[in-house]
Design a binder for this molecule. Structure first.
Ligand SMILES: *Cc1c(COP(=O)(O)O)cnc(C)c1O
Length: 378
């Protein structure tokens, strides 16, 4: 019999999710309205210390709503971190706006404040003020929000914070998703907690979040019949998904703990190996370590070929994956502007995500360890 697959990050249910779903069935709230939706929104607000939350069907939908609320439209410039998953940037295209991509800096792998400011100045010189800054906390590591917030304030350009990978992360105790005008969360199947698919838009602006709920339910005006004066979306989260989410949020702390233990496990495993780098937490930064990543320096250690490493793991039915391919290198965006150097590009060439499930068993960790050691020994 073949060895069972070890996934990068698979769903990990707690004990009350199924009970909550059963309750939703028993009470017949099998709809995109219901008590679990309200409860999940309240609990998410408490968790990230953002006053208002609207839950929707995906993180991508939440970003789309944020752009709509900031009135981003045709031809408008949105400054977007290049090193990310395409869910961050696709909504810019939905609005027929122009993504302008910004490189990362090496400390957090997230948006480089200097490159951001260069891009802003460039566009201001052209008489085109960017409409939004879309910053990402990749792999759970917070971006340099002090510097980025200062730039946002100086140039009066609002921040959309893509915290899809960073629920449970913080800087000096301040949760990710609470720094920007809008925060975005995702509960896709591979995220630190999941509702199978889902997302949330957060803001301290109550009017904006009420409007997000309105837009996410087809923008129906107040009338006994169906009256519409603007384009809306069918983006609202189901009460069934929210029932799962309420249960998942209760175990978030445990999930973060397990993810951080995974990261420590890999750091320990590679500690004697030359040429292996990890993403370290700057002082005051706390990462949920959603995925554990390594960067291989083949110049220091020629054994460390990321492709061969990945294939070696694959042969043992262990999933690993290159880091996100930067958006400015995607065929889809080949004509878009990019500000920065080669930080994101090199991370993509040299890095790998390792199995990072919060549900990894000791036996699975042993298998991973033996497979990695056999690669290093060959
Ligand atoms: C997952 C993810 C998204 C999109 O979330 P979905 O819920 O899958 O639509 C956006 N940005 C980043 C960085 C993500 O990892």
């Amino acid at each position: 019999m073949g060895k069972s697959k070890i996934w990068l990050s698979s769903p990990h249910m707690g004990t009350v999710e199924l009970k909550n779903v059963q309750e939703a069935f028993v009470t017949n709230w099998v709809a995109p309205v219901g008590p679990f939706i309200n409860k999940f929104e309240e609990n998410l607000s408490a968790c990230t210390k953002v006053k208002h939350t609207a839950v929707v069907q995906s993180g991508t939908a939440a970003i789309h709503l944020a752009l709509r609320l900031l009135e981003v439209g045709t031809g408008d410039v949105v400054l977007c971190q290049s090193f990310t998953f395409i869910g961050s940037s696709n909504p810019i295209s939905y609005q027929n706006a122009e993504p302008v991509f910004i490189d990362s800096e090496p400390e957090t792998w997230n948006m480089c404040p200097e490159a951001l400011e260069t891009a802003i100045k460039h566009h201001l010189n052209q008489g085109k003020k960017p409409k939004a800054i879309l910053v990402v906390h990749l792999y759970g590591m917070p971006a340099k929000m002090k510097e980025i917030t200062a730039i946002s304030e100086q140039y009066e350009i609002p921040i959309i914070e893509d915290a899809a990978e960073a629920l449970g992360s913080s800087i000096n105790g301040k949760p990710c998703s609470s720094f920007g005008a809008f925060g975005v969360l995702s509960f896709n199947g591979n995220k630190i907690i999941t509702t199978s698919g889902g997302g949330a838009l957060q803001s301290n602006d109550e009017i904006a979040i009420n409007k997000a709920r309105f837009l996410s339910t087809q923008a129906r005006d107040d009338a006994p019949h169906y009256e519409h004066s603007t384009v809306g979306y069918n983006y609202r989260m189901s009460n069934i998904s929210a029932a799962i989410g309420v249960g998942q949020l209760e175990v978030l702390e445990d999930r973060v703990k397990a993810k951080r233990e995974n990261h420590a496990f890999y750091q320990d495993l590679f500690k004697e190996v030359e040429g292996v780098h990890f993403l370290e937490e700057p002082k005051g930064f706390f990462s949920n370590r959603w995925l554990s990543c390594v960067v291989f320096d083949q110049e220091k250690n020629k054994k460390l070929n990321p492709d061969q490493f990945r294939i070696h793991l694959e042969q043992e039915n262990i999933e690993s994956r290159p880091l996100w391919k930067p958006m400015h290198l995607q065929p889809l965006y080949k004509n878009k502007q990019f500000f920065g150097g080669k930080i994101a590009e090199e991370l993509f060439q040299k890095g790998l995500c390792l199995p990072s499930g919060s549900n990894l068993t000791l036996q699975e960790k042993d298998r991973i360890q033996n497979t990695i050691l056999s690669f290093l020994d060959q």
